[in-house]
Design a protein. Sequence first.
Lengths: 197, 219
Amino acid sequence: MKKKLSLTVTKLRCKRNSISVFKPLSFKVSEGQMLIIKGKNGRGKTTLIHCLAGLLSYQGFVRWKGVEGKIGYIGHKFGLKEYETVYDFIKFWKAVYSSKVSIEEVVEFFSLFNVLFSPIAFLSFGQKKKLTFVRLYFFNNNVWLLDEPFSGMDDNNRELIVNMIESHILNKGMVVLSTHEKGRILNIKNTKELVIE
Amino acid sequence: MNNLFYIILKKDFKDNLLSNKAWFTISFFLLCLIIFPLAFGSSQYLELNVSISAIWISTLFANLIALDHMYKEDYNDGTLLYYIVNKVPLVIVVYAKCLSHWLFSGLPIILIAPLCSYVFSGYSENNLNLFISLILATPIFTLIGSPIAALMLGSSLRGAALTFITLPFYLPIIIFGVMGTNINNSNINAEFYLLLAILSIGMIFFPMITVKILKSIIN
């Protein structure tokens, strides 16, 4: 039997340059649930997400249960090469994840027909950000950590990503995202909110 | 696992070609080499010793300069971050990077150096020795440079510091390399064995250190 997916965090603290970034945090997220991290700039939203991804060392406990394979992550850095074409980018990450999703499917889903063979340097900020979501689409992981996924996106792209997140939640996934958006962005009932002070 | 290695190697190879850095090392090597006959100020052949040392000095500096952009781009644009978060084994990434770096900074020099030696000195007896010692030494240059290049990623005066830190570690290699090139009786090849020993230890040792350093630097 598969283990149920859950994330338990107790008394998480993180020090950068010997200053504690946030007060000890404790929360729990379970399968099919979304955690929205809110807070002002510089309060440690990105740091928290990096702690959860295992990039930073921390005090306290972060327990993942039932994670299949890799953790999906979208950060402030895109990981795109300016001189590469969009097609090469998609092909490379498909190969790295040895994914069974076809390139045509990705191109259609993200509507990349117009820019498929142009270098990434020609794309706008929003288009580049959209490209980073291709990585999430490729592999079948049940945990997504998204660091401000909506910044710099227009309405169409935002809708695309909202759809992605919603269908991911419906597939018993878990999403942790940080955002500055006010009000309800997503049509998901099962959300938790964490405000870092 | 093997498959992943080829994919990343191919991508690195392509990156090197596309970002116009591939030709930098070999052109710097040739540029450096051309200065030597000019600096001697005569149209005569150079002494054999001088031409060999010219080749080794040029190799050293070309490699030192090429080290800087070994991991720089992947670090700056966040590709390394995605490798780590998505649990792509870093060992494979590091080996692929080392190999692709050597293909552009070591291999062209190995191929072109015996010809240069012949053109400069008029002798061709030492060419085989030069070829073998360069084959052994240039991978060691790349391997030693890799952890130091990784270590310097966060620093703001990367270029200069990298050169100063790496140079002392290159000295033993260049000493044995030059000695290996100069031997006359080919029965005793102690220098080659020594370089080979360093290379075979280094092939395991330096990538491992690089992985550790990359993991801690990404924080």
